[in-house]
Design a protein around this ligand. Structure first.
Ligand code: ADP
Ligand code: MG
Length: 322
């Protein structure tokens, strides 16, 4: 691959879709399917930070797994530095993995309790032939505010917030171009959340880390991300600069999310709707996925799915009446 220009996107996601088949409920009937993701596209430059928000079940983790090439999409593409991750030969994908790392939500389940921190943090270096693994572990621990001596300890010796720092150190160890963080502070106490968010923001400044930052909490995204994508039922319903989306939310769903934030006392906004638990991809629902819950829904919303369209440069919404 030739060198990249400044204009080239670090991450370019196009028309990404993922449909899961569920176990067959009745003999002789086709197994039900869940459309976890549909038509999702966005692009990120190096050094950017993009938040992905939406309530539980909106497809955020599915998006993360597809971007990380942990699962294969039903349709669409994920390009990192111009390479389509889902069509790369296995050996090239293995090498490419150094460029993108993930931080998971659960700081307890994501660290192997039998391994010392040194092994855990160095794990992504395996097969990359890094001769200086020892020094890099010490450097990564330092970057996240831990001590080099912590490398000899085991996960149980650390608190939840410290474990998440260890997970971040592991993600940093290959000096990745992109870090995908899926709800990285959701499992932490509120007092610890701010510390870890500050660390992530600091790392962006000092190490130029690019984040795809997933959260169900708009306030958290506001802390770390300059731009945000709002997802509902597997689709992007709004995207734009975070400040813009928070101040001038265009989609009724985004406004409902804002209304649910205690610090966003927006009088008169509708209460947040419940997310649909299961979406069956039977092709019969042609309208807006949000129509059934939308306080502003009109006949057109049930008949015709709105396209994501620009309201002003960089700010888009998928609503007929935005
Ligand atoms: P989020 O992270 O926003 O909570 P997910 O991406 O986990 O959302 O899930 C989106 C939808 O896809 C949900 O309806 C979920 O039940 C479904 N789903 C996710 N993973 C699978 C899977 N492996 N098999 C079947 N359905 C799945
Ligand atoms: Mg999730």
């Amino acid at each position: 691959m030739s060198g990249t220009t400044d204009d080239e996107m670090l991450l370019d996601v196009q028309a990404l879709a993922k449909t899961y088949r569920l176990p067959r409920e009745r003999l002789l009937q086709p197994p039900p399917r869940v459309e976890a993701l549909r038509g999702v596209g966005f692009a990120m430059r190096s050094g950017a930070s993009l938040g992905v928000v939406g309530e539980s079940g909106s497809g955020k983790s599915t998006l993360a797994r597809l971007v990380m090439a942990l699962e294969t999409p039903t349709a669409g593409s994920v390009r990192l530095l111009g390479r389509d991750l889902h069509t790369l030969p296995a050996d090239e994908l293995r090498t490419a993995r150094r460029d993108f790392q993930m931080v998971f939500q659960d700081p307890y389940g994501s660290l192997d309790p039998r391994l010392r921190i040194a092994r855990i943090v160095a794990e992504p270096l395996q097969g990359l032939g890094a001769a200086d693994a020892h020094a890099r572990v010490a450097g990564a621990l330092d970057a996240v505010g831990l001590r080099a001596a912590d490398a000899a300890k085991y996960p149980h010796e650390f608190s939840g917030g410290q474990r998440q720092r260890i997970a971040i150190a592991r993600a940093l160890i290959t000096r990745p171009k992109l870090i995908v963080a899926d709800e990285p502070v959701s499992a932490l106490d509120v007092s610890v959340q701010a510390q870890v968010l500050n660390l992530l923001a600091d790392l962006q400044e000092t190490h130029g880390v690019t984040y795809l930052f997933i959260s169900h909490d708009l306030a958290v995204v506001d802390h770390v991300c300059e731009a945000v994508v709002v997802m509902y039922a597997g689709r992007i319903v709004e995207q734009g600069p975070t400040a813009r989306v928070l101040r001038a939310a265009a989609h009724p769903y985004t406004r409902a999310l804002l209304a649910a934030m205690p610090e966003w006392d927006d009088a008169g906004a509708a209460p947040p709707p419940a997310a649909p638990s299961v979406r069956v991809a039977d092709g019969t629902t042609g309208g807006c996925p949000y129509a059934a819950r939308c306080p502003q829904a009109q006949a057109r919303c049930v008949a015709e799915a709105p396209e994501l369209r620009p309201l002003e440069p960089g700010h888009l919404a998928a609503c007929h009446y935005a």
